[in-house]
Design a protein around this ligand. Structure first.
Ligand SMILES: Nc1ncnc2c1ncn2[C@@H]1O[C@H](COP(=O)(O)OP(=O)(O)OP(=O)(O)O)[C@@H](O)[C@H]1O
Length: 257
């Protein structure tokens, strides 16, 4: 794992109608690491992911991604730069097959125009073949072959979460943002999802920032943990350092879960 930061946040502030959701937050994420963002409900974790991929605009602060200063991230620019994400509530096309959902993750890899794609001519028809091969590779990696042609909406919840991860992976991201990838899962499903995240990190060197509430999962898969409480960063370090931090213990003992 490299120690050069892939992502650096400095002095990030975000308010909603005068209510501070993010208060002067800064931290770095090294290239190749798995970084967990933890904290009680409403601490500002999802808002921070939304700032990193440009869904929200921070009122103050800046982001360095891959050494480039970005005063604000724009969602399209973030995707182009190699940032992909999954959502707390599954955001898939439920009537479409697993393959077609994973293919939507390949949109930015296409070079043909929308007209060529609509008419399936020229580059578009050649691209269909290569994009499908790439999507199938991801489907195999995520062990989703038995459900390749199944409509996503008919799959059990745990598998839908896996499809969502597969779609994000299909974009070949350098940074993967995962918003509660194990929410609502049983222990076995959480174990499987943890293994997929570790395997993606190992196989492709993908940097991961994830939000997770289950402490055994966080401590088991993260290299780095950032703790938020009431929109402020209260700890930042290795899982071992964070586990012993008195501010973290206080926040969790007094947690509003
Ligand atoms: N779009 C929005 N409009 C208004 N307030 C918002 C919006 N998004 C988040 N907030 C507020 O910002 C604060 C931080 O919320 P956020 O969802 O980022 O926390 P969180 O740590 O992800 O919580 P959870 O673990 O419950 O998902 C909360 O007070 C929330 O109500």
């Amino acid at each position: 794992m490299s120690t050069a930061p892939l992502l650096e946040l400095r002095g990030i502030n975000l308010s909603f109608k005068g209510v501070k959701a993010i208060n002067d937050i800064g931290f770095s994420v090294a290239a190749g690491e798995i970084c967990a963002l933890i904290g009680p409900n409403g601490a500002g974790k999802s808002s921070l992911l939304n700032i990193i991929n440009g869904v929200y605009r921070a009122q103050q602060g800046h982001i360095h991604f891959d050494g480039q200063l970005r005063r604000q991230m724009h969602p399209y620019a973030a995707a182009r730069a190699g940032i992909a994400r999954t959502f707390q509530n599954i955001a898939l096309f439920k009537g479409m097959s697993v393959l077609d959902n994973v293919l939507t993750g390949r949109t930015l890899q296409r070079r043909s125009t929308w007209l060529e794609q609509a008419l399936r001519i020229g580059r578009a028809s050649r691209e269909d073949v290569t994009q499908q091969a790439a999507a199938d590779k991801v489907i195999r990696f995520m062990h989703l072959e038995p459900w390749r042609d199944t409509p996503v909406g008919t799959l059990p919840y745990g598998l839908q979460k896996r499809v969502e991860l597969a779609r994000a992976l299909a974009a070949e991201p350098r940074l993967l943002l995962l918003d509660e990838p194990m929410a609502g899962m049983n222990a076995q499903e959480k174990g499987e999802m943890s293994d997929y995240i570790l395997e993606i990190n190992r196989a492709f060197g993908t940097t991961v920032v994830l939000i997770e509430h289950d402490m055994s999962v966080v401590m088991g898969i993260s290299h780095h943990v950032v703790v938020l409480d009431y929109g402020r960063k209260i700890a930042d370090g290795t899982p071992e350092q964070v586990r012993r931090d008195p501010h973290v213990i206080a926040a969790y003992l007094g947690s509003r879960h």
